[in-house]
Design a protein around this ligand. Sequence first.
Ligand SMILES: NC(=O)C1=CN([C@@H]2O[C@H](COP(=O)(O)OP(=O)(O)OC[C@H]3O[C@@H](n4cnc5c(N)ncnc54)[C@H](OP(=O)(O)O)[C@@H]3O)[C@@H](O)[C@H]2O)C=CC1
Ligand SMILES: N[C@@H](CC(=O)OP(=O)(O)O)C(=O)O
Length: 345
Amino acid sequence: MTTNVGILGATGAVGQRLIQLLDPHPEFEITALTASESSAGEDYRDAAKWRIDTPIPDYVAEMEVRATDPTYVPNDVDLLFSSLPSSVGEAVEPKFAEEGYVLSSNSSNFRTDEDVPLTIPEVNADHLDLIEVQRDERGWDGAIVKNPNCSTITMVPPLAALEEAFGLERVDVSTLQAVSGAGYDGVTSMEIIDNAIPHIGGEEEKMETESQKLLGSFDGAAIEWHDVDVSASCNRIPTLDGHLENVWADTSDDVTPAGAAEALREYPSIDLYSSPDQLIRVFEEPDRPQPRLDRNYDNGMGIATGGLKETTHGINFNCLAHNTLRGAAGASILNGELLLESGYI
Ligand SMILES: NC(=O)C1=CN([C@@H]2O[C@H](COP(=O)(O)OP(=O)(O)OC[C@H]3O[C@@H](n4cnc5c(N)ncnc54)[C@H](OP(=O)(O)O)[C@@H]3O)[C@@H](O)[C@H]2O)C=CC1
Ligand SMILES: N[C@@H](CC(=O)OP(=O)(O)O)C(=O)O
């Protein structure tokens, strides 16, 4: 027995990844696709400029794309994955929740709202029950759940492991982000080839705030954000996929590279279909992880770390994750699996 799912923003870069990952998924079946008014009414194969290296599944190619409005989505769709531009998500996602749809959304709108669960299932699955608060406050039968920004999601599992073992006081992070994070039209080849761009609009603030919320605790009524200071510096580089990050974590207790490696390796995963058996891999080689070599670890859902070094106040390490898989489409699907497992759909 599978769950009927729809994709809002199905023709976009993340929407295409969602289709690729959902096609073989044992628990979900794609039954509705939406996009902008200009795509509505067309077959998916005509509406989407397909840029994924596996073919469009035949049944998806022939599906009609609908306008992104609850009127056009069948009532028997139990879960909607949302990969809309955030301004569009802000306007339409509440309309779907009001109509009773449950949304697992990748778009950045509402991520830090007090009554919106922002979840990485292996890290803070318990935050999902914030849905009850959301439904009480907004009077919705449906719900909106978010996954974090792709750079945030790369560093938070290692930080959660360090927090649990040694306590976290302060985090500084500098990123080297792949061009796919900006979407197909995000940076031109003339801008990025032979170059690096030391600014990604809004990204630093997202890393700083979202990580405090993710590492926070939920008492059944509200999330108390973690008080760790996070300072981020974000950079675009000419890799295709995979965000690499250099992190300096100041800890409350003394930490050695060997102790940190053990905490990272032993940090538990979760028993969901898309989650890796071992969430965090630790490389001993000083020149790993690397985007080209390590972004596909565990179907692009693993977090690779390495380069652990002791600092005056804690530990310095590198981490890497696939930004459109673990950082976007895969993250939304994992949240969908958690919603299913937790009985919300
Ligand atoms: N690219 C990436 O790797 C990542 C993206 N994200 C986030 O995910 C979201 C989607 O990103 P991405 O897939 O790159 O974006 P795209 O621009 O590639 O796709 C946007 C999608 O939204 C649809 N859309 C656009 N405007 C409207 C509208 N007014 N009403 C209804 N549908 C509309 C488009 O339909 P149409 O084809 O008809 O225009 C398309 O399906 C964004 O919020 C982005 O910030 C997050 C992490 C990584
Ligand atoms: N800004 C990210 C991708 C992205 O769209 O993030 P968000 O989901 O927070 O909007 C990047 O450039 O790599």
